[in-house]
Write a protein that binds this ligand. Structure first.
Ligand code: DX5
Ligand code: ZN
Length: 220
């Protein structure tokens, strides 16, 4: 399974509908939406209004990545707006397990994201509550950063934990994914790949999606 999730953070906001159509035409599996609050990360982006707008543009799942403090405050609003996956950071709240449960009760898939320096143990403690694990391969906040090589080993260890517990949760990687890095993450066991600048910075964003899939398989 190779799931490609283009990040609209790198799209042209003045031509958002066109930029969404391009990646949907290219076979994007999910659309990744980066929500930032200017506190958990030093950047400010979208709210629930953006989710509603995107929901009207496409039927593919909206993979919402909340880089916000106290993400629990947004569960109902994002569910109402049409989010499919609601992924929040383990570092951003005190009651991870409770909020994973609330996300599912609100009708969304519950994902947990870990910053590069955050150890994997918290995944193990809540493995049965997880619908998705997101390994950050950059420090979150901005598109266009370089893949941190240590993420590859962390993906391998996360893969082992999921397999050990019989979890079929997608293992997603986010940050610096491109033709040059996707094969490492794929070989390590990731199955879901966020790509912002690699897709929207390409001359033909639609064609970049099959190209990224090809790069995964080329090195195996
Ligand atoms: C970074 C965001 C990413 C970002 C990835 O904080 O979480 O989703 O859009 O952008 P690239 O693919 O350019 O690293
Ligand atoms: Zn993201």
């Amino acid at each position: 399974m190779i799931r490609i999730a283009p990040s609209v953070l790198s799209a042209d906001m003045a031509h958002l509908a066109d930029d969404v159509a391009k990646v949907v035409d290219g076979g994007a599996d999910w659309l990744h939406v980066d929500v930032m609050d200017g506190q958990f990360v030093p950047n400010l982006t979208f709210g629930a209004g953006m989710i509603s707008a995107l929901r009207k543009l496409t039927d593919i799942p909206l993979d919402v990545h909340l880089m916000v403090k106290e993400p629990e405050n947004y569960i109902e609003r994002f569910a109402d707006a049409g989010a499919s996956v609601f992924t929040f950071h383990a570092e951003a709240t005190d009651h991870v397990q409770r909020h994973l449960d609330s996300v599912k009760k609100a009708g969304m898939q519950a994902g947990l994201a870990l910053n590069p320096a955050t150890p994997l143990n918290c995944i193990e403690e809540v493995v049965n509550d997880l619908d998705l694990v997101l390994i950050m391969s950059v420090n979150p906040g901005f598109g266009g950063q370089s893949y941190i090589p240590a993420a590859t080993g962390k993906i391998m260890r996360a893969r082992r934990i999921l397999d050990q517990y019989g979890s079929s949760a997608p293992l997603e990687v986010d940050g610096g994914i491109s033709r040059n890095t996707i094969a490492d993450a794929y070989s390590a066991g990731a199955d879901t790949f966020v790509a912002g600048s690699a897709i929207y910075g390409a001359a033909d964003p639609a064609a970049e999606i099959p190209e990224l899939r090809r790069c995964c398989l080329a090195e195996v």
